[in-house]
Design a protein around this ligand. Structure first.
Ligand SMILES: O=P(O)(O)OC[C@H]1O[C@H](O[C@H]2O[C@H](CO)[C@@H](O)[C@H](O)[C@H]2O)[C@H](O)[C@@H](O)[C@@H]1O
Length: 391
């Protein structure tokens, strides 16, 4: 199938016209709706007719290029294997370093500007938001083995003693909790579509999909799942994607509860086109699901007006920290989906967003950190600063 054709596609075209029911639920979703479920007004996303951003990347037939560039290449790992190449490797490395230094003028290191950051933070209540993959754990070939180090876990645990801290991940909430294993944090899985946060009356009043319950530690918490209606559809698509990609060597489909990831990191580049084709073939019958891409991964998610940025706003509200001049949210992330959160902080003109990247890339973030080890150093520095400023 030609991706440039007019064939109905979740990636290439707008979702079918939506007939809203009295609940505000698109009629095409009603068979899936549990009785009496309420879908929050305004949550359903209308994909703009003028294509922009990620969807356009795919539409403009450059999806294969996008797939290729969707994860920074490892810096020339094999050096000097062939002596003839040594000097050209060195030249290329010097070029890369120079480009990175130039880029850092626009996105200064959060470590070298740490004093500036903490000067501004004086007297303010910091709230910390952390992405997981590529931020707290290094990117690895097998998504099931993206473990965080004990040192990182300790750093996160310590920082959470001083500042409310949440992990916001594309993974399922259970999976990211399994990796992190710290009960003192808040967790948002499925790109913010599955949040456990503190109980606050105004939140339950404003968000109909909130359920209050007592967690395993005996703490009262709020569970918020704005895409709850999509669960049966996502489970169906998960099964179809597993089936349709099972013969592609290296392809891996991951269940992220309200989203599905189709990994192609371990697929031979010659078969990447087949991967996107198969995903496209499945999704063409699901106009209420959309496709975005992350680091060597295609991500299927519901077409709702909810993302990591909305999750940050929601958590700040839950923590009683929204709309207050003395609050300083800090968000650290490495991926495209983190850009939604960076944008929110930028638009609110409040808070600091930090992009984790070892290669130059355009971002809505203000600062940068090179890799998870620098993230750990930053978290440790926050603790040292907080302790010393309390003396
Ligand atoms: O929001 P995040 O916590 O950053 O999650 C985004 C995706 O992360 C995972 O995939 C990425 O990391 C894997 C492990 O290092 C790597 O193998 C993969 O290529 C990366 O895309 C996770 O597996 C995905 O489900 C998340 O959507």
């Amino acid at each position: 199938m030609d991706l440039k054709s007019n064939h109905t596609s979740p990636v290439l075209t707008d979702p079918a016209p939506i007939t809203k029911s009295r609940l505000g639920v698109p009629s095409s979703l009603l068979p899936y709706s549990p009785m009496g479920a309420a879908f929050p007004a305004g949550l359903f996303l209308t994909i703009p007719r003028k294509k922009t951003g990620i969807l356009e990347d795919f539409r403009s037939s450059s999806w294969l290029d996008a797939m290729k560039s969707s994860s920074p290449p490892h810096k020339r790992m094999v050096k000097g294997v062939n002596n003839e190449n040594e000097s050209s490797d060195a030249d290329a490395d010097a070029d890369d370093d120079a480009a990175y230094c130039t880029w850092m003028v626009k996105y200064p290191s959060a470590l070298s500007t740490f004093e500036q950051i903490t000067n501004y933070a004086k007297g303010k209540r910091i709230a910390l938001f952390l992405d997981y993959d590529g931020t707290l754990s290094p990117i690895v070939d097998n998504p099931d083995c993206a473990f965080m180090s004990d040192a990182m876990r300790t750093a996160v645990q310590k920082v959470a003693r001083y500042f409310p801290t949440a992990i916001i991940s594309g993974r399922s909430r259970d999976k990211v909790y399994e990796f992190v294993g710290l009960t003192e944090l808040y967790y948002a899985g499925s790109h913010g579509m599955d949040i456990i946060g503190p109980v606050r009356q105004s939140i339950s009043d404003n968000h109909s999909n909130c359920i209050r319950f007592t967690d395993k530690q005996g703490k009262e918490v709020n569970l918020f799942q704005p895409a709850g209606e999509f669960l049966p559809m996502i489970e169906e698509v998960l099964r179809l994607l597993v089936e349709s990609t099972k013969d592609i060597r290296g392809a891996k489909v991951e269940n992220n509860k309200f989203c599905v990831s189709v990994h192609y990191r371990n697929v031979d580049e010659k078969s990447w086109k087949t991967v996107v084709q198969r995903v496209h073939d499945v999704l063409k019958d699901y106009p209420h699901l959309r496709l975005t891409h992350g680091r060597k991964v295609l991500e299927v998610r519901p077409v709702i007006n909810w993302d990591k940025g909305k999750a940050v706003t929601f958590l700040l509200e839950s923590l009683g920290l929204s709309d207050s001049d003395d609050v300083l949210p800090i968000y650290i992330g490495d991926d495209r989906t983190d850009e939604d959160a960076f944008k929110v902080l930028r638009e609110r003109k409040r808070g600091y967003s930090i992009l984790v990247s070892s290669v130059p890339k355009e971002s809505n973030a203000i600062y940068s950190l090179r890799d998870p080890s620098e993230v750990m150093e930053f978290l440790k520095s926050l603790v040292v600063w907080k302790k010393s400023s309390a003396l």
